[in-house]
Ligand binder design. Structure first.
Ligand code: ADP
Ligand code: ADP
Length: 232
């Protein structure tokens, strides 16, 4: 079953001439997949993240998440669908400094319709899932980089989204923390989560079960090196 489908997606940025950042991209990601979208700077990864994440509408083509065709939705319904269907993880974590880890994660439930009384217990369970039961009341400044990213992952997961989009999730981390964050993503994949990691890092991509390589706004078949590296 498809968690995400892009069908003939084109994204052009206005200009003279316009910049075609995505050129007829079609891609299906099934439920439970852990996929790397990999390509060099300027290849179209950010644009793909924006289009997949419904932060930006494609110039043409279709985007479906969990069977819902998003191009048909009004901006208001699209925002609601985004909050329900997608969990975002960013390189810069984007945690609120004035809040504890627990409160940051509970914030991930604000648009879920979850009653106020259930938000904190659910957030505590999500933090426990990422190995941070002992850090519930710490603020981001009191946590390591790897811990901050695990808080952000808990926040992305707490509302049980159809898909998690992680943009360079280890980009701000040292190699030890990076490894623990990637292991966590692997564990979540084994639990059936659908996770897309956007990265320029070929080694990181090669360690994941599936790679989708992007070059000049098009999908390319993976190079033999990537395939061999990905065989685990
Ligand atoms: P990546 O994330 O792989 O670095 P991007 O999606 O940011 O790639 O960019 C893909 C192409 O689209 C590049 O040529 C970039 O310069 C161009 N581009 C991205 N965003 C814009 C924009 N807002 N306006 C014009 N061109 C853009
Ligand atoms: P990344 O390192 O994730 O690819 P970039 O530094 O390429 O990010 O882009 C950062 C932001 O700048 C993106 O949101 C993108 O839309 C915008 N951007 C990138 N290239 C251009 C461009 N040529 N013109 C205008 N905006 C751009």
């Amino acid at each position: 079953l498809a968690a995400l489908r892009l069908v003939d997606v084109v994204k052009e940025y206005p200009g003279h001439p316009p910049v075609r950042a995505l050129d007829s991209v079609s891609l299906q990601i099934d439920r439970g997949e852990l996929v790397a979208i990999v390509g060099p700077s300027g290849s179209g990864k950010s644009t793909m993240l924006h289009v997949m994440g419904t932060l930006d509408r494609p110039t043409s083509g279709r985007v479906e998440i969990d069977g819902i065709e998003l191009s048909k939705l009004s901006d208001r319904r699209l925002a609601a669908a985004r909050a329900r269907l997608i969990g975002f993880v960013f390189q810069q974590f984007f945690l609120l400094e004035a809040m504890t880890a627990l409160e940051n994660v509970a914030n991930g439930l604000l648009y879920s319709g979850e009653s106020k009384s259930k938000r904190l217990p659910k957030a505590a369970r999500a933090l426990s899932r990422v190995g941070l039961s002992h850090r519930l009341h710490h603020r981001p400044s009191e946590l390591s980089g790897g811990e901050r990213q695990r808080v952000a992952i808990a926040r992305a997961l707490v509302h049980d989204p159809a898909i998690v989009l992680a943009d360079e999730p280890t980009g701000n981390l040292d190699s030890v923390s990076s490894e623990s964050v990637m292991e966590l993503l692997y564990d979540l994949h084994h639990e059936g989560r659908t996770i897309v990691v956007i990265t320029h890092d070929r080694d990181l991509a090669a360690a994941l079960p599936r790679q989708v390589a992007v070059s000049d706004g098009r999908l390319v078949t993976p190079s033999p090196a990537l395939v061999a590296g990905g065989a685990r």
